[in-house]
Design a protein around this ligand. Structure first.
Ligand code: NAP
Length: 541
């Protein structure tokens, strides 16, 4: 695979160097990187525009909870200098505008086929080629296949009896219509209380005549304290944007070097010290709450102090004690992804908003006019599923991906995702997954993890070209050791201790395995070391 050969096979013709599935932030940067290295690449995207998760998640209140100066690409100095964010936390339309700006600036769309859903991929061992099929029956071929399909892109729509019978409109937050949805004067139901619900509920409540929220598990949320972006802060960051990005990459979650993480233990701070620290973080707003002490996600007792603090806040914010009690979670804080809100708990003080506990029996059935839960009949005009995603593996497993000897990925991952570094799967040569399970991915600023993976994949492909190698595949024993390592690291944290989507616990029947790897800097170092050791743990041909 030489750049000169690549030039003789222009994109759009028979064999590409790379096929990239997905035109979100991962796919777009992979395309930039492929071109920079002189490879031909074709991106296949289901949606009709770039943006990935920000193209699909258009629900009211959708917004990123990583600060906007960090939730953006760092690969191009001119790009990061010229783009201006309006708020501390960017709203979805602005992030989508940013994605479109990047696509235009780097002329990406000429190599992206929109409206093309990939349904199959088969590795041809004799020719070292991936044959990729779309839903419409088109076939594509490439030497390398890169899955840039996102971690949270397959909607989880629960299979509740009577689903089809509801007479009014139904929505899923992750598949929101492109035209405006107006709930004015309507009785609306929301099922779910994760991040998407926490963001949309306060906005839906402003429009709806009646809002009923069906809660299976109460959620911890911290205030966003969103505000217009501070111009002086922006100027300081932009004066040394590269340094700022580098400092963030040294943080455990790849973001928040500005948050003054306190390394001390919550156990040693004393009651007053803890209260002061948590209060200060609550006032600042955002995910920095867990940086109040160094052991909140590492030690159950430290975590319990933080959890109790949030529960006290909920009791203070919600006037009705029974509702406050129902909204108070019992699992460790941040064990399920911590939510960031603007007026979530306060919304339950409104007279037309009610909370229904479905933790015991769930929803029995959907009816033409509403639903039945706890033997009670509820009526409404519109139904919103804020029920999340089949995370990390769902999108990959919905495609029929077959490696050497026709091995199906679904078969290989029957007992949970097996791969090396979250990047490659033994038995599936020349197939890369950007932010795959087994990498830090969803426990970090996604764009930091995406850029790290794209750099690694790009360097690997360039190295293979220089070495005259045509095939790379994870080694089965390196893979087994890696999955063991992920479990061991996760086991040292509070993360595996509740029914989260990190574990696949939100999808009935999904294998319970902790999928992301905590700790970005150590992971990045490991990836560099593997590359420096001529791709140790991989088999090259
Ligand atoms: P989620 O966190 O998985 O929340 C789904 C909610 O639906 C949970 O409350 C869940 O209850 C409930 N649910 C699922 N199936 C149900 C069923 N059959 N019956 C009743 N309730 C059910 O999904 P999400 O809110 O879409 O968020 C997913 C992730 O996307 C977030 O954790 C975050 O990483 C990302 N996200 C980020 C932002 C942001 O940047 N601000 C915004 C939105 C999403 P259980 O807890 O009991 O399972």
């Amino acid at each position: 695979m030489h750049a000169r050969q690549a030039a003789a096979r222009p994109s759009g013709k028979a064999v590409h160097d790379l096929l990239i599935v997905g035109a979100g932030f991962a796919g777009m940067y992979m395309l930039v990187k492929a071109r920079e290295l002189g490879f031909t690449a074709q991106v296949l995207e289901t949606g009709m525009d770039v943006g990935g998760t920000w193209y699909w998640n258009r629900y009211p209140g959708a917004r990123c909870d990583i600060e906007s100066l960090e939730y953006s690409y760092g690969f191009d100095e001119a790009l990061q200098q010229e783009w201006k964010w309006s708020e501390r936390f960017a709203p979805q339309p602005e992030i989508l505008d940013y994605a479109r700006h990047v696509a235009q600036r780097f002329d990406l769309k000429r190599d992206i086929r929109f409206g093309t859903r990939v349904v199959s991929a088969r590795f041809d061992e004799a020719a070292n080629l991936w044959h990729v099929g779309s839903e419409a029956g088109e076939l594509f071929q490439a030497r390398f296949l890169v899955m840039a399909t996102g971690c949270l892109s397959s909607a989880n729509l629960p299979a509740i009896a009577g689903m089809e019978s509801f007479a009014g409109p139904t929505y899923h937050t992750g598949r929101w219509p492109h035209e405006p949805v107006d709930f004015t004067g309507q009785r609306v139901a929301v099922i779910g209380t994760g991040s998407s619900a926490v963001q949309s509920i306060p906005i839906i409540a402003r429009q709806a005549r009646e809002l009923t929220v069906f809660q299976r598990t109460a959620t911890y949320s911290v205030p966003a304290r969103n505000a217009p972006l501070d111009a002086a802060y922006e100027a300081r960051v932009k004066a040394d944007y590269r340094g700022f990005r580098a400092r963030n990459e040294r943080m455990p979650a790849g973001f928040g070097s500005n948050l003054n993480a306190n390394p001390a233990s919550a156990l040693e701070a004393g009651a007053e010290g803890r209260e002061r620290a948590f209060e200060e973080r609550w006032r600042q707003g955002g995910l920095g709450f867990t940086r109040a002490f160094g052991d909140i996600v590492l030690n159950a007792e430290a975590n319990a102090y933080a959890a109790a603090f949030v529960r006290r806040k909920i009791s203070a914010l919600v006037r009705d004690p029974a509702t406050a009690a129902l909204l108070s979670p019992s699992q460790p804080v941040a064990c399920k992804r911590l939510c960031v809100d603007s007026g979530y708990y306060e919304t339950f003080n409104l007279p037309h908003v009610r909370l229904v506990d479905i933790s015991q029996g769930g929803i029995e059935r959907i009816t033409p006019h509403g639903l039945v839960a706890g033997a009670q009949d509820y009526s409404f005009d519109a139904l919103v599923f804020a029920t999340g995603f089949d995370a990390m593996t769902g999108t990959l497993l919905r495609m029929d991906i077959r490696g050497r000897g026709g091995l199906a990925l679904g078969e290989k991952w029957r007992a949970g995702p097996l791969n090396y570094l979250g990047l490659m799967v033994a038995g599936f040569p020349n197939l890369f997954t950007i932010t795959g399970p087994g990498s830090p991915s969803v426990l970090t600023n996604m764009i930091v993890s995406i850029e790290q993976h794209v750099r690694w994949i790009g360097a690997c492909l360039a190295w293979m070209r220089a070495q005259g190698r045509r095939r790379i595949e994870a080694n089965a024993s390196a893979e087994r050791a890696w999955v063991g390592h992920v479990n061991e690291v996760a086991g040292q944290t509070i993360f595996p201790g509740c029914n989260s989507w990190y574990l696949g616990a939100n999808v009935p029947g999904k294998v319970r395995v902790f999928m992301p790897l905590p700790g970005f800097p150590a992971y990045d170092e490991k990836c560099r070391a593997v590359a420096a050791a001529a791709y140790e743990g991989f088999e090259l041909a």
